[in-house]
Design a protein around this ligand. Structure first.
Ligand code: SF4
Length: 693
């Protein structure tokens, strides 16, 4: 323990881990953090926090942090520390050289859901205006892109519908493919409080999660087989429609009735009944019928879902099916109900809002829209390309084909976090300029030519937007250790490439965002300082923000029912790979662990383990704690087995926090049909005893 002494002053800022967005008071002595105290006036956390936000900030001072820019001619060469100017000149010359040789569209970039709205906005601006193409994508591609698609189609906006306070009016909470106790702990505490007051809980998850096992909580658990979400949600709809439990008055008033009738006829078919689908889904029909009845008739029904919904080949279909269910039961447009995506990263909502998709400008406006492009062109003083650019997987494919050769990666370790690692390695190896902008030499940096040191959240001024669309200030508590704020780095890189951007403070970037984005029109740092936070849409109609969406009418007008046919994933079990692997997180680690593993506390070093049912383990001669080899047709890894009946026979489960385990070595190339979100949650695998890594 290092004795730092008593704090001298404090700064209110926002946690940089998960999408709950807890507010903290950083108590400081000079430029040293003494402690992080959960802020009682924080609108998302109300004085609560989890172990990560409170204690896992020490990575800021970790010895592996890179503070000087580095370059190298080839990835085989050693890194060479250089001045910022030399790094920018080198990177700009390479990127421009690639465009001269291969064409304007041969470079692009990936924005980070860990960075601020302002930083993300600048990266997409650099790409659209400076690179002259729309090859910008975000790490949200690999998590909640199906949410964007599914909710836009049905409700008219990708926004989650409620605020966290809404849970206090919830009578039935249905959690699908999420484990908030590990991944969104402060929200989970609020939900558990409501459950202890008598609200009912339905959990649809292949694994008996901590929410199911919570003391004093009686949960109805539907342990479905991975990959059958659409079949299960359709079976719930079947019960609701065939037992006359739909809220037809709500549907007549708020939705397209003809589309509802078509959908109702579809779900009512006998082949969609719980009994007919039980073998496929693995869910007991009686339990499923009970769940449908509770959700439809138990009062305010709120659906919360996570990556167990989105990271499937039918991720977008499941989001649409969930929206159908909420509309059919009238569970939209008031406190206590809704469709609530539990977004993973601190600013995944914001990075999507800020125009990080290759087809959408900030505020989710399509790049092909002339009127919208005109607005941006006038303010940015450039001509924009109306053609959508490449998504991340398309960038990788194009790199292997030799047509995409330069990539700027802002704050993400794509080598660890994207599926099918071998494919990513091949793509990065083929590129002539990879620029990594990060805190640490991550796995992606092994294939980089330029490393630009980044800043931690403690060194940033800006805003994050949490899972309930709440825009909150991130305030600098110490100077950037590398001497340059992240937004200044992007501006300097742009300038070296011949595109000038002029701001003297992130508040000016937010002013520009507000001027160009109708849902942010009323947002300013002055308002955030005054109110603490606001939830978008925040504009003339809603000057103090919008906690609950779709009150009185959907953003698109009438709610749209869409028929959602279940289509089995191409990832099938068979004699070689007879088990299905699904993945998740533990409370004390965060994603690939870049920050939590670099915080000096033994708790963070818990290893990734493979949960396997005792029956499957016995068949393979595996005992609790043994090393096992986990193989799929994409690759293999080694980890320790944990025997448990939390998973059903035929299903295994692991986390993905450690680089040595590299769970993504074994995940496949399959992805969501609408958005290319990878199918991380279903991989056919085999397990055999091993002597260790
Ligand atoms: Fe940070 Fe999320 Fe924990 Fe809150 S719940 S302290 S936002 S990691």
């Amino acid at each position: 323990v290092i004795e730092i002494g008593q704090p001298e002053h404090s700064v209110v800022t926002t946690c940089a881990y998960c999408g709950v967005g807890c507010t903290f008071k950083a108590e400081m002595r000079g430029e040293e953090v003494v402690r992080m105290v959960p802020y009682k006036d924080g609108k998302a956390n109300r004085g609560h926090s989890c172990v990560k936000g409170r204690f896992a900030w020490g990575y800021t001072n970790h010895k592996e942090r890179i503070l000087n820019p580095m370059i190298r001619e080839r990835i085989e060469d050693p890194w060479r520390e250089v001045s910022w100017d030399e790094a920018f000149s080198f990177a700009a010359a390479r990127m421009r050289g690639i465009q001269t040789k291969y064409g304007r569209d041969a470079i692009g970039g990936i924005t980070s859901s860990r960075c601020t709205n302002e930083e993300t906005y600048l990266v997409q601006k650099l790409i659209r205006a400076g690179f002259g193409n729309n090859n910008v994508d975000t790490c949200a591609r690999v998590c909640h892109s199906p949410t964007g698609y599914g909710l836009s189609v049905t409700f008219g906006t990708s926004a989650g519908t409620q605020d966290f306070d809404s849970v206090e009016n919830t009578d039935v909470a249905m959690i699908i493919g999420a484990n908030p106790a590990s991944a969104h702990p402060v929200f989970a505490s609020r939900l558990k409080k409501r459950l202890r007051q008598g609200a009912r809980l339905i959990v649809i998850d292949p694994r008996r999660t901590e929410m199911v096992e919570s003391p004093h909580v009686k949960a109805l658990h539907l342990p479905l087989m991975p990959g059958t979400n659409v079949a299960v949600v359709t079976a719930l709809a079947h019960v609701i429609v065939t037992e006359g439990l739909a809220n037809e008055a709500f549907v007549r008033e708020r939705c397209d009735w003809a589309e509802f009738e078509e959908w109702a006829a579809f779900v009512a078919q006998p082949k969609h009944s719980p009994e007919a689908t039980a073998i496929l889904t693995g869910v007991d029909p009686k339990t499923l019928r009970e769940a449908a009845r509770i959700y439809a008739t138990g009062g305010n029904g709120a659906i919360y879902y996570g990556l167990g919904v989105t990271e499937h080949s039918q991720g977008s279909t499941t989001v649409i099916a969930i929206a159908n269910l909420a509309m059919a039961t009238g569970n939209i447009g008031r406190p206590g109900v809704g469709v609530n995506p539990l977004r993973g990263q601190n600013n995944v909502q914001g990075s999507c809002d800020m125009g990080s998709f290759p087809h959408e400008l900030p505020g989710y406006r399509h790049i092909s829209g002339d009127a919208v492009r005109d607005q941006f062109e006038a303010l940015w003083n450039v001509k924009l390309n109306p053609e959508p650019g490449l998504r991340i997987p398309n960038m990788f494919d194009a790199a292997i084909e030799g047509t995409f050769m330069g990539l700027y990666v802002q704050g993400e370790d794509i080598l660890q976090s994207d599926p099918n690692t071998k494919h990513v390695v091949a793509a990065l190896s083929a590129m002539e300029c990879v620029i990594v902008h990060d805190l640490f030499l991550n796995e992606t940096a092994n294939y980089a030519h330029v490393f630009l040191p980044g800043s931690s959240f403690l060194e940033k001024d800006g805003t994050f937007t949490n899972a309930e669309r709440r825009i909150q200030r991130v305030r600098k508590v110490m100077s950037p250790k590398n001497g340059m704020a992240d937004w200044e780095v992007t501006i300097a890189l742009a300038k070296a490439m011949g595109f000038e951007m002029n701001y003297s403070h992130p508040s000016e970037i937010m002013d520009e965002i507000a001027a160009l984005t109708p849902t942010f029109a009323g947002v300013s740092y002055a308002k955030l300082d005054e109110l603490g936070s606001v939830q978008w849409p925040c504009n003339e109609k809603a000057p103090e923000g919008t906690p609950v969406m779709h009150i009185g009418g959907f953003v698109r007008g009438k709610g749209k029912f869409v028929v959602t046919e279940y289509v089995a994933t191409d990832e099938r079990t068979g004699p070689r790979f007879p088990l299905l692997l699904t993945t998740g997180r533990i409370l004390s680690q965060y994603n690939v662990g870049a920050q939590t593993r670099r915080t000096e506390n033994v708790v963070w070093h818990a290893e990734d383990r493979l949960e396997i049912h005792p029956h499957d383990a016995e068949q393979r001669g595996v005992r609790d704690g043994d090393w096992v080899r986990l193989q799929s047709r994409a690759g293999e890894t080694t980890l320790r087995a944990e025997l448990t009946d939390r998973v059903a026979p035929g299903v295994v489960y692991t986390t993905f926090h450690h680089p040595d385990t590299q769970a993504n070595v074994i995940t496949t190339e399959y992805s969501d049909w609408a958005t290319n979100c990878p199918e991380y949650k279903v991989t056919a695998v085999q397990i055999s005893p091993s002597n260790g890594p």
